[in-house]
Design a binder for this molecule. Structure first.
Ligand SMILES: [Zn+2]
Ligand SMILES: [Zn+2]
Length: 224
């Protein structure tokens, strides 16, 4: 069976459903996206209980927002890096600093909006360490790789096909970016670039960001 990749729009961020022998999900989008999630399941004829694992690329609210509801609907386990599992378990709403003029402007705008965001807390079942986390037991040929920089607990999901799901290691859509590139927000840009160099050395073929359409690794290679 070929791998199916479904891009699902969950507010300002996208989540992905990946189907092979098993089915997993990457990220959970913004808060209050339960209805939207169910609509996509119907559209793609996916049974909620087929999803056995949810990997959250990092702890920002636009990626964790609907995690509790999606976990309840699917019964899936949630995996997240140990550095940020508290953010979901305690409803913390960290914001990354802007690294460009536009990023700093957006970070200020988001900090004003932050009091109105509510991320329902839920337990992280599988804390991910800095080591690779294989996905074979979930019926997926691939692994989770620790890729810090945007935040200290950022991870990426790499399939054997060369498709990689990078969360916010890159951004490719307005208002965050106008064209695909490194993000306007990062806790540590040098570390982010180091994470990208390691990924490029792994022969990645197609980058799937959480904000925007997929794009070629050559774009990142040119920027580093
Ligand atoms: Zn983020
Ligand atoms: Zn994001």
């Amino acid at each position: 069976m070929a791998v199916n990749i479904h891009n699902i729009s969950m507010g300002i961020a996208q989540a992905y459903i990946i189907q092979d022998k098993g089915t997993i999900m990457v990220d959970c989008g913004c808060p209050k996206k339960k209805k939207c999630f169910i609509k996509y399941l119907k559209r793609f004829s996916i049974n909620p209980e087929d999803i056995s694992l949810i990997i959250i690329t990092h702890g920002h609210w636009d990626h964790t927002g609907s995690a509790k509801e999606i976990k309840e609907i699917t019964g899936a386990k949630i995996a997240m890096h140990v550095n940020e599992k508290d953010w979901l378990e305690k409803s913390l709403k960290h914001l990354p600093p802007g690294t460009t003029f536009w990023g700093r402007f957006m970070a200020t705008a988001m900090s004003l909006y932050r009091p109105f965001i509510n991320v329902p807390a839920t337990e992280v079942d599988m804390p991910i360490s800095d080591n690779e986390f294989p996905l074979s037991e979930f019926g997926i040929n691939g692994k989770v790789i620790y890729t810090p920089g945007h935040s200290s607990g950022s991870v990426s999901v790499l399939l054997d096909t060369g498709d990689i799901f990078v969360g916010d290691m890159a951004m490719a859509t307005f208002p965050l970016m106008i064209s695909p590139g490194l993000p306007d927000f990062a806790e540590d840009m040098d570390l982010l670039k180091e994470s990208w160099r390691s990924l490029l050395d792994m022969g990645i073929k197609k980058i799937h960001p959480a904000h925007g359409r997929p794009f070629s690794p050559e774009i990142i290679r040119d920027l580093l």
